[in-house]
Design a binder for this molecule. Structure first.
Ligand code: ATP
Ligand code: MG
Length: 392
């Protein structure tokens, strides 16, 4: 494969896409498109798609790799040296690659794959020949180890050429964003919902975020925090994330004034879901994602989920449902949202927090209490005052 002088070549692997049968080519197209979007501005960079593989040619490999690690659908990547299908050139490239990966000596193993069967040498033979050439040049600090080598050296013979590499870095996995339709996510400023958003995107879902803001009970800073989180998540989205900031103050006031305190959280969350469903339908989104996990807080018991879910007619997906807080925190740290999430700004849920929230709320009781509210008018007003931003 020909690349520009001085550029490096990255081999991109996608795992699960292979399972998608007829849709496969569309998935690959999407992946290439997302990779291109993510690599915009990286000098000398081009994405090539050929023979069921993606290749990235770049003048700034470290930056390109960092960006590609935020592209869902990529399972791993390797910086490769591309040469002619010629044994001298392959052995020479192998020497360079191995010297770079193991500069001070150590054990290695050569492994070859011959996707192009017209190449006259079999894989085991090629490995042996290249290993022989390496020993002739490397000196005593290097040794072969077939069982437990410090370093694998890989050779792939493909239609486009021969490729030699040592390193394989794991990437984000999942499916390319845009392969699985659109959903809305309820994004608070907490630890959980950014992780839930990340997981939605990781399965190929395009997301729009909804945040409920109760100014002046919650500050401008708490909104800024959500904007910051949204921008971080947008880096994984491959495109700006649309954030709907819903003006929630009047709804919270009305609930506080007209419904019994112990049902405050339940009814507040029913209002959130109703509004989320309206926005989802307007925006042609097919599901609502939240950061809930069974048993974490009073509003996350099975009874609460039942009573809260009852007001919507669309799937409510909770990717964190089975996760302990410690696991969620680990993800948040890896994604990079944790430090922002723990900044101490109040959330609308905490403002009117009842002393004894109902842990096992009932649908019928919630419905009864809601008769004291003009639900339609409250929703309409909140939607009218919704502010929309594009986060990139
Ligand atoms: P998180 O860490 O995501 O805030 P949490 O453990 O604090 O979650 P809750 O505050 O009960 O739990 O919220 C449960 C879920 O409801 C959140 O994960 C989020 O999806 C949604 N949610 C809560 N508050 C808001 C808000 N102000 N705006 C949008 N969504 C919210
Ligand atoms: Mg919260």
């Amino acid at each position: 494969m020909k690349i520009a002088e001085g550029n490096e070549l990255l081999l991109i692997r996608y795992g699960e896409l292979g399972l998608k049968g007829k849709n496969k080519s569309q998935f690959i197209k999407r992946l290439a498109q997302n990779a291109r979007a993510q690599l915009r501005g990286v000098p000398g960079t081009q994405v090539h798609s050929s023979w069921g593989r993606l290749w990235v040619e770049t003048a700034d490999a470290p930056l390109a790799i960092a960006r590609l690690k935020q592209v869902f659908g990529i399972y791993s990547l390797s910086p490769v040296i591309s040469v002619e299908k010629d044994i001298d050139q392959i052995a020479d490239a192998a020497y360079k690659v191995l010297k770079k990966a193991l500069p001070n000596g150590g054990t290695f193993k050569v492994e070859s794959r011959r996707a192009d069967k017209t190449f006259p040498i079999t894989s085991p033979e090629l490995s042996r020949t290249v290993a022989g050439r390496l020993f002739a040049r490397l000196g005593d600090d290097y040794d072969a180890d077939m069982r437990n080598p410090q370093q694998m050296l890989n050779i792939e013979i493909r239609a486009e050429g021969a490729f030699v590499f040592c390193e394989t870095s794991p990437c984000a996995g999942g499916l390319p964003v845009g392969c699985s339709g659109k959903a809305v996510v309820l994004l608070s400023g907490g630890i959980d919902s950014p992780v839930a958003t990340w997981m939605a995107m990781r399965r190929g879902v395009v997301v729009e975020a909804i945040h409920f803001h109760s100014f002046p009970f919650t500050s401008e800073q708490s909104k800024d925090k959500v904007v910051t989180l949204g921008k971080m998540l947008a880096q994984w989205h491959g495109a700006p994330i649309r954030l709907h900031v819903v003006h929630f103050t009047e709804i919270q006031r009305a609930i506080y004034a007209n419904c019994s305190e112990e049902y405050g959280i339940t009814i507040m969350r029913r209002m959130m879901f109703r509004i989320a469903e309206r926005i989802a339908k307007q925006r042609r989104a097919m599901a609502i994602y939240t950061g809930e996990s069974v048993g974490q807080v009073a509003s996350q018991t099975l009874e609460s989920m039942d009573t809260i879910n009852a007001v919507v007619d669309m799937p409510v997906l909770r990717p964190l449902v089975a996760m302990d807080k410690e696991w969620i925190i680990k993800y948040a740290q890896e994604i990079g949202t944790f430090e922002t999430s723990i900044l101490p700004f109040e959330d609308c849920c905490t403002v009117f927090l009842p002393k004894y929230p109902k842990i096992h709320p009932k649908r019928e009781e919630a419905e009864e209490l809601e008769k004291n509210l003009d639900i339609e008018a409250l929703i309409t007003e909140a939607l009218e005052k919704t502010e929309v931003m594009l986060l990139k």
